[in-house]
Design a protein around this ligand. Structure first.
Ligand SMILES: [Zn+2]
Length: 287
């Protein structure tokens, strides 16, 4: 349902249409904040050439909603997993329900899953149990993995090391860690997802020198919306809700710190995302 206010929501200064279609590999479009105007949000994304959005499924209910959105809107795909915050809920029923979702054509990755020792909303033991069960699901389904890691880089690398040969591809989404962790992930042949964190001159500063160390073939971009509104926007946004139409501001910032053109970065990240999630190429062409 389109609202009459839809076009007013993004100030003109924030409307930015890059040369090349983009893929937002992490959009939490099932978040309550999008309940009122999702159709307009998707239209604005398409207008900003964010033609493809991978809707993050962080638990069973949200993964089911993500699949429903992917069925409804062309250009949307879903992931299905249990976030480390919710790892304490992992059980055999949930495992079966997730496996059923992984078999659906709309689901392009297992996740968001992983380890978060920053908040420990589930205990580290519960997190590792749910994570390893989902690694097994990635092996069974052959799907790539969409990972979340916060303050758990060492343990994450140890676990992935034992599974790596059996898993097709893995992306660490919203990478914000340090150089050693980055190189550890690259050594494991992982992909890296960057968000608007890099646009934050206070806490994203270290990423600006690291961005050159990520091979373009391993790099993808994401909003992680509605969270992490970039701090480089040239105009204020009412409500401060992040959305996929703002992804071009993130690619602009990354391209700048990398010293390449926005077009080159957009081309590379879009091709990488297309290969990684096995997306149909038609969606990434001119819209
Ligand atoms: Zn996450």
């Amino acid at each position: 349902m389109a609202t009459p206010f839809a076009d007013d929501f993004l100030p003109e200064a924030l409307q930015f249409r890059p040369d090349v279609p983009l893929v937002d590999i992490g959009a939490n479009l099932t978040h309550d904040s999008f309940g009122r105007d999702l159709e307009a949000v998707i239209q604005r994304a398409q207008a900003a050439r964010v033609t493809t959005m991978i809707v993050t499924g962080t638990d069973l209910a949200h993964a089911e909603q993500a699949v429903a959105l992917a069925k409804q809107y062309p250009g949307l795909y879903a992931t299905a997993g249990v976030h480390p915050h919710d790892a304490s809920h992992w059980n055999a029923d949930l495992q079966r329900a997730m496996a059923a979702l992984h078999a659906m054509p709309e689901v392009v990755a297992v996740g968001e899953c992983g380890l978060d020792f920053n908040r420990n909303l589930s205990t580290p033991q519960e997190q590792q149990r749910a994570f390893e069960a989902q690694l097994a699901q990635a092996v069974e389904s052959g799907l790539p993995l969409f990972l979340h890691e916060r303050d758990a880089g060492q343990r994450m690398r140890e676990i992935l090391h034992t599974w790596r040969d059996d898993i097709s591809q893995t992306v660490v989404h919203c990478f914000t860690a340090d150089r050693d962790t980055l190189f550890g992930y690259l050594d494991l042949d992982l992909h890296i997802g960057l968000t608007g964190w890099i646009c934050d001159e206070r806490r994203g500063h270290h990423l600006r020198s690291l961005v050159n160390d990520i091979p373009l073939k391993r790099l993808m971009v994401e909003t992680d919306c509605p969270y992490l509104l970039p701090r480089n926007l040239p105009a204020k946004l009412k409500g401060r809700r992040h959305e996929p139409a703002l992804l071009p501001w993130i690619t602009r910032e990354i391209a700048q710190w990398r010293g390449i053109s926005e077009t080159e970065l957009a081309n590379a990240t879009t091709q990488t995302a297309q290969r990684f999630f096995r997306l149909p190429t038609a969606l990434l062409e001119e819209s």
